[in-house]
Design a protein around this ligand. Structure first.
Ligand SMILES: Nc1ncnc2c1ncn2[C@@H]1O[C@H](COP(=O)(O)OP(=O)(O)OP(=O)(O)O)[C@@H](O)[C@H]1O
Ligand SMILES: [Mg+2]
Length: 235
């Protein structure tokens, strides 16, 4: 029996046989403001509240700002950190490259000290920007995915894309290496935009294939009923 890890998003687990497969690496793709960081944090907060501590690694945003913004969703990240079930780390992307080569650094320490089961890297786009050459990039991604699996964590890697992407990572390689791909769309419809989530790939999983609308309000909230009344899933 395959062990599954809850996504923390109400309704999403049911779309993928109960959650992400344990120890898998999932690519969470979306345009700017599509809710990638929110969805990834919701995954960690759920874990923190259910005995699966998590690490959030960011390269760009200030921790203070992340805590403030995520506070809007009624998540008290500071409290979870005090309880030792969550850790937010802001590091130089160069460090991540070293970790995968030499296996040391702040992420390893954090995983070990929290006995973390969940990891989020926000975002891998920053790292991809530093790698040159197709072979080099593919090797790096393979090493990262192997290493995360060896560490015994289930990981969400955030990838920045267009609002309606044709490539799901900067060079179109990561999506083939990871175990699953979740896409957040924010598509223009006349004068408004419609948000929708798609499970693009989930290895070893009988996944639901239609796009599901969602809103961002106290986290990511799927709106599956909208599909019946709207036409988003029809295209
Ligand atoms: N309290 C809230 N209620 C409704 N929508 C919100 C709320 N807080 C944030 N949002 C929406 O969420 C978006 C930002 O979400 P998030 O930071 O998770 O996106 P992202 O995909 O990580 O963005 P980026 O590409 O900038 O990293 C905002 O642009 C806003 O539309
Ligand atoms: Mg973000």
């Amino acid at each position: 029996m395959v062990e599954r890890v809850s996504t923390g998003i109400p309704g999403l687990d049911e779309m993928i046989e109960g959650g992400y497969k344990k120890n898998n690496t999932i690519l969470l793709v979306g345009g700017c403001g599509s809710g990638k960081s929110t969805m990834a944090m919701q995954y960690l907060v759920y874990g923190a509240q259910h005995g699966e501590p998590g690490i959030y690694v960011t390269f760009e945003e200030q921790i203070k700002e992340i805590k403030e913004n995520m506070g809007r969703h009624k998540w008290d990240l500071g409290k979870l950190e005090d309880e030792g079930t969550l850790k937010l780390l802001r590091i130089d992307p160069q460090v991540v490259m070293n970790i995968v080569r030499e296996e040391y650094g702040a992420i390893v320490d954090a995983i070990n000290s929290l006995k973390a089961k969940r990891v989020v890297i926000d975002s891998v786009t920053s790292i991809e920007a530093m790698l040159e050459g197709e072979h080099n990039r593919r090797q790096w991604v393979l090493r990262l995915v192997d290493w995360l699996q060896k560490m015994g964590v289930t990981t969400v890697l955030i990838s920045e894309s267009e609002q309606d992407p044709t490539k799901y990572s900067r060079h179109g390689v990561m999506e083939f290496v990871v175990d699953g791909v979740v896409v957040l769309y924010n598509i223009r419809r006349g004068k408004t935009r419609v948000r929708a989530l798609e499970i693009l790939k989930m290895r070893g999983t009988d996944q639901m294939t239609s796009l599901v609308p969602y809103i961002i309000s106290e986290g990511i909230q799927l709106q599956p009923r909208q599909m019946i009344f709207g036409d988003f899933g029809q295209e």
